[in-house]
Design a protein around this ligand. Structure first.
Ligand code: ATP
Length: 355
């Protein structure tokens, strides 16, 4: 039995479809993520799971119990759901232990004190039990918010952009730490974010949304390496999608290289859309393919180059930072086409390998 299951869920605001035909499930201890650009419906779905938004189609079940269906829903306070908000929403006039104890009214005094001690140990803030939120760093406040949400032992934890008020370096590190903590304790959770690095650092499974629709439900690895559409390819990771032509043998125009045919058959002159990630183009001083540098930026260990193809399309390339070719000069490169992602010219579907 899934811990959480959404089946063909739809949510509307006055007839405007904010979420459409959304299905996914999480097993006990799995971490899911709703990822996508602003306005794609992430918060709407999180609110529907928490019970703040009614659904107009489908169903939501928590440990097999239907908690939402059209026309009927369990109120938020009766769902065993914990929430961590963007701004942490800690009570400024309560110290850490009283913040954590906030949702534990139903427990007697000693059980409550015991639970607070457990939660403080869990988030490694034992030494801060008597501190007030303003005396804590952003990362520590975040851990208090997590402890408060976990204290009542929810069946699922919902995290609404929980790292967005922290600076970007801290975010990824904290996302990985929070993942470790949730995994060690077998907590099932859903994260909402528009930041793919956070999503990658935390989630087992990501639903990438666009205009209320799930575009791809997959592991972080597959979203990056096997995007099913150009939208996913462009949203996830860095890269450009270029149009190329191919002959029957898989040879690309302009000496860009030869595709690994596998079971594929190309029609001579067929036009393909090719996803080029920076790591798909390698610096090779012996290569006869030399592309003019349009721009160059220093990234510490690497230079990030934008290169121009003969027809004017642009491609990205990373080189070790000792390769210092300037804009206007030519960089010798080789396309690494072994794991390349191709789309057909309808610009929306993956090329079917057996077509
Ligand atoms: P963001 O990343 O900007 O928070 P989001 O992906 O969480 O965006 P939602 O807040 O779920 O997006 O909104 C989805 C769509 O529903 C948007 O078009 C938004 O304008 C609309 N919407 C959200 N809340 C309401 C509301 N209360 N009434 C009417 N429309 C709403």
């Amino acid at each position: 039995m899934s811990q959480l299951a959404l089946q063909q869920v739809a949510v509307s605001y006055g007839g405007f479809p904010a979420a459409v035909d959304v299905s996914f499930s999480l097993e006990q201890g799995q971490i899911g993520c709703l990822l996508g650009p602003s306005g794609c419906g992430k918060t709407t779905l999180l609110r529907a799971i928490a019970g703040f938004e009614p659904i107009v189609a489908g169903s939501i079940t928590l440990r097999g119990q239907t908690i939402s269906r059209p026309g009927a829903q369990l109120p938020p306070e009766r769902r065993k759901v914990g929430m961590v908000f963007q701004d942490f929403a800690l009570f400024p006039h309560l110290d850490v232990q009283r913040n954590i104890a906030f949702g534990l009214d139903a427990m007697n005094r000693s059980a409550r004190a015991q639970r607070v001690r457990e939660m403080l140990a869990l988030v490694e803030l034992d030494a801060y039990a008597g501190a007030y939120p303003h005396e804590l760093s952003g990362g520590q406040q975040q851990r208090v918010a997590l402890a408060r949400a976990l204290a009542p032992n929810p069946e699922i934890l919902l995290l609404d952009e929980p790292f967005s008020s922290l600076d970007s370096e801290l975010r990824e590190q904290l996302a990985a730490e929070v993942r470790g903590l949730l995994k060690r304790n077998g907590v099932t959770a859903i994260l909402v974010t528009h930041d793919q690095h956070e999503a990658f650092a935390m989630a087992d499974q990501i639903a990438l949304l666009r205009q209320g629709h799930v575009m791809q439900l997959d592991t972080p690895y597959n979203l990056y390496h096997n995007p099913h559409s150009e939208f996913v390819a462009e949203f996830i990771g860095q890269g450009n999608i270029i149009t190329v032509t191919v002959n029957e043998a898989g040879v690309l125009n302009d000496g860009l290289g030869t595709l690994d045919k596998g079971h594929r058959h190309w029609r001579a002159g067929a036009s393909l859309r090719l996803l080029v990630r920076p790591d798909d183009i390698e610096y090779d001083e012996h290569s006869s393919l030399r592309l003019p540098v349009v721009s160059k930026s220093f990234r510490g260990a690497h230079y990030f180059y934008e290169l121009a193809l003969p027809d004017g399309q642009r491609v990205p390339c990373l080189t070790p930072s000792h390769v210092g070719i300037n804009p206007g000069q030519q960089l010798p490169v080789r396309f690494n086409l072994q794991h390349v992602v191709l789309f057909d010219d309808s610009r929306c579907e993956l090329v079917n390998p057996t077509a």
